[in-house]
Ligand binder design. Structure first.
Ligand SMILES: C[S@@+](CC[C@H](N)C(=O)[O-])C[C@H]1O[C@@H](n2cnc3c(N)ncnc32)[C@H](O)[C@@H]1O
Length: 265
């Protein structure tokens, strides 16, 4: 059973661990004060688990397809998906606007760090509204040769922007800012049914798909990711940008090697 806890951390194990933590938060603070509300309350009452089906499907997909990438989960709720990714080696920023949920997300993160200390460096909680909240994060380890030098570590071709269930009352301005932010990432993955408004009709989902695909390098729908979900993937990072990112990474390596030589000398 020790394998459940070792990297990679079993998603089944995490499902139970997160479920118990959600139960504790609900019991100690109540659904309202903790921000769990009925959305997470139903996971507890109906004994669904800490991870809902599409989160597990998406976590498996991201872990298989994007090793080494960073993930920004916009509207992450209490961050159950972020926990699954960070425990399994991905670096994640979870952006959440609802203060009570952010507090509960911090509790989950702390409980994770107690078991897996390495998660502390891999999982950052950003409180506020996406995209504005993400824009102000300073970039650590700035490299002057990076012409594409992002304003922060999250907005670049090695990061993936993810939206899961974000049916929300976005103003036109927020919605426009969200669409405008997409090309700053390497890829964007979202559920076409649950983005901004609920789109139960496939014609509506296709219209959203076409709207985003218009500015992307390529796009595809991901019907196999999780039954009942309508995920799609949009690729923005141009080939040139990906190559330039690889060149930057190589220069970073040279720098690190240089630093090591200096230390050894
Ligand atoms: C229904 S919950 C779902 C949480 C999570 N995405 C999931 O799939 O379980 C949607 C969350 O998105 C958050 N949200 C919506 N728009 C947001 C935005 N622009 N920036 C940050 N959080 C946002 C809401 O506060 C809410 O907690």
């Amino acid at each position: 059973m020790r394998d459940n806890l070792a990297p990679s951390v079993s998603l089944d194990f995490l499902d139970g661990y997160l479920f118990r933590l959600l139960q504790e938060i609900a019991a100690q603070e109540g659904l309202e004060k903790s921000g769990l509300l009925n959305y997470y309350g139903s996971r507890i009452a109906n004994r669904i688990g800490g991870l809902i089906e599409y989160e597990e499907g998406l976590a498996r997909y991201l872990l298989n397809e994007y090793p080494g990438y960073r993930v920004v989960h916009a509207g992450m709720g209490v961050g159950t998906l972020a926990c699954a990714l960070a425990c399994n080696g991905m670096t994640v920023a979870g952006v959440e606007a609802y203060g009570e949920r952010v507090r509960s997300a911090r509790r989950l993160r702390s409980a994770l760090v107690e078991v897996w200390p390495e998660v502390a460096d891999r999982y950052q909680i950003v409180e506020g509204s996406y995209p504005q909240a993400l824009m102000g994060i300073p970039k650590a380890g700035w490299r002057p040769w990076r012409r594409s030098s992002p304003a922060n570590p999250w907005l670049d071709v090695n990061a993936i922007l993810v939206f899961t269930n974000v049916v929300s009352t976005w103003s036109d301005e927020t919605q426009a800012a969200i669409f405008d932010s997409m090309p700053r990432f390497g890829e964007v993955i979202l559920d076409l049914r649950l983005f901004g408004i609920q789109r139960d009709d496939d014609t509506e989902r296709l219209a959203l798909f076409d709207r985003i695909a218009e500015s992307a390098r390529s796009a595809e729908r991901l019907p196999g990711l999780s039954s009942g979900s309508h995920f799609a993937r949009f690729m923005f990072g141009s080939v040139a940008a990906v190559l330039s990112a690889a060149a930057s990474a190589a220069l970073d390596l040279v720098t690190v090697a240089g630093d090591l030589l200096v230390v050894m000398a």
